[in-house]
Design a binder for this molecule. Structure first.
Ligand code: BGC
Length: 509
């Protein structure tokens, strides 16, 4: 019997390093800080961690603008600190995934300087002449607002950037640029990492004809020519083959913004990346039974063999309890969402603090650090999802003895890991139970998912694997829901009797 890869059904804990734990009092989380908290991570029962980008960066986009792919960012520690963390994680049976941002570099990367100067890497970026009537070569828009092109006075051409002008797009259609990017993966796999979260995986390829994008009826741009290209599949395939050369246990998880049905095609069982996560569940303000069901059924219908990854929160979007329940979302809502996330089919991506039920923080305007304001349906930037982890009731909620780069959130003061650790009724305790349940229940970890019609705010589905079945019911509303198959099977975990406000019931059939 062939063994299933470890990442199928696994729980991956996302560590946003700068806000996790500061070991040296400079106000920024760091690699020794992650190492210091590995026992906490281990206690959650997760299989792996995904570390936000660790490389040197001018930090205009907080590490998602990389200036040296082989190094370790000075704020986070030395190279030896990374090696130590990697070994310490492996020693505890926790795998380590790096966030690799290879669709673009920082404009401070030597490759870009050389490209501007038309040196050996002249074509490693996407350059184009101005349009015949002047101005950018086409209508492509940046995901951070404004045109996706910036004029280089030195080179006398425009260069393409899907995000900030300081994040020039690497030209993956150029074989030498591609070779250099793949070399980065080799380098870190050689160091012993277990795989990657590949940033902006849907947009490695662009349309070399640079055709205009169309506009959707709601006025937004449809990214068909700067992303989601058919050529992208071959590139992702090359990434996968390169990664698998280092051993079959290595994993590539792709991030895909648009078009979840297309993302499934970019992550097929035998081609493209191993798994994909998409943004509908991360961006929606109206997570209800119909939305979740439609999303899953839509992707499964288009790509029945695709193994998805699922996330409700991350460093780019409003934390899920606040997104769905507003600023005063009750703890029961956060718990119901955790239970739902951990019952879904796929590889689960759990964002730091989600296990504590943290709401989005309200960061005062003068303390915000995200250079981007209007992004991902937020007009105050992404800082509110990136505030320091609340560890205990000490200085800065136990995060740092220095001045934290972002203020710890007063809203998190009663939800610290320390306060919740010994409380059998806490969200943290529930998170540990849910993760443990998923580990021992093959249907929850690996099973097929089948949605069942249910009344009103109730989402119901069955997970099934080799005849073993688990029934999962969630009351996604704030009121008592009509009783529906309430007594069926043996309850494994439940809240509010299953059908109370934000109740849930997970039962073995
Ligand atoms: C990352 C963001 C980043 C963007 C540009 C995203 O997908 O998650 O934090 O701003 O890529 O690199």
């Amino acid at each position: 019997m062939t063994q299933l890869p470890w990442w199928r059904g696994a729980v991956v804990y996302q560590v946003y390093i700068r806000s996790f734990f500061d070991s040296d009092g400079d106000g920024q989380g760091d690699l020794p800080g992650v190492e210091a908290k590995l026992d906490y991570i281990k206690s959650l029962g997760v299989d792996a961690i995904w570390l936000s980008p660790i490389h040197p960066s001018p930090n205009l986009d907080w590490g998602y603008d990389i200036a040296d792919y082989d190094g370790v960012q000075h704020d986070y520690g030395a190279r030896a600190d990374f090696e130590f963390l990697l070994n310490a994680a492996h020693h505890r049976g926790i795998r380590v995934l790096l966030d690799e941002v290879l669709a673009h570099t920082s404009d401070q990367h030597p490759w870009f300087a050389d490209s501007v100067a038309r040196g050996d890497s002249a074509d490693w970026y996407v350059w184009a002449d101005e349009a015949p009537g002047g101005g950018p070569p086409n209508n492509w828009l940046s995901s951070f607002g404004g045109p996706a092109w910036t004029w280089s006075e030195v080179r006398g051409q425009y260069y393409h950037h899907k995000f900030m002008p300081q994040q020039p797009k690497l030209n993956w259609l150029n074989p030498d640029a591609r070779k250099a990017a793949l070399g980065v993966l080799d380098h870190w796999l050689g160091e012993g990492v277990d795989g990657f979260r590949l940033d902006v995986a849907g947009a490695l390829a662009h349309d070399p004809a640079l055709a205009d994008n169309e506009t959707a009826p709601d006025g937004t741009q449809i990214h068909r020519h700067d992303a989601n290209r058919p050529e992208n599949l071959a590139l992702l395939d090359e990434v996968r083959r390169r990664v698998e050369r280092h051993g079959s246990g290595r994993f590539v998880l792709g991030e895909f913004f648009e078009e979840p049905d297309l993302a499934g095609g970019f992550a097929a069982p035998d081609k493209g990346v191993h798994s994909a996560y998409t943004f509908p569940l991360l961006l929606s303000d109206a997570l209800g039974p119909a939305f979740v069901r439609d999303h899953f059924e839509g992707v499964l219908a288009a790509h029945p063999d695709h193994w998805p990854s699922v996330a409700f929160s991350n460093h780019d979007v409003k934390r899920a309890p606040t997104r769905f329940g507003g600023p005063d979302a009750p703890p029961a809502l956060a718990r119901m969402l955790l239970a739902l996330l951990l019952c879904l089919r796929g590889t689960v991506l759990l964002y730091q603090g989600e296990e504590l039920g943290l709401p989005q923080a309200d960061v005062p305007a003068d303390k915000r650090r995200d250079p981007i304001r209007a992004v991902n349906r937020m007009d105050v930037g992404r800082d509110g999802a990136r505030t320091p982890m609340p560890w205990d009731d000490g200085l800065n909620l136990g995060f740092s003895t220095g001045e934290p780069w972002l203020p710890p959130a007063p809203e998190h003061a009663d939800l610290t890991a320390y306060a919740q650790a010994g409380d059998p009724a806490s969200t943290l305790t529930l998170a540990r139970r849910l993760i443990a349940l998923r580990r021992i229940s093959t249907p929850l970890r690996l099973g097929a998912i089948r949605f069942i019609d249910a009344p009103g705010p109730v989402l119901m589905f069955e997970r099934e694997h080799l005849g073993e079945r688990v029934l999962c019911q969630f009351n996604m509303g704030p009121d008592v829901a009509p009783a529906f198959r309430p007594e069926e099977g043996v309850a494994l975990l439940e809240q509010a009797g299953g059908m109370g406000p934000y109740g849930f019931r997970i039962a073995r059939l």
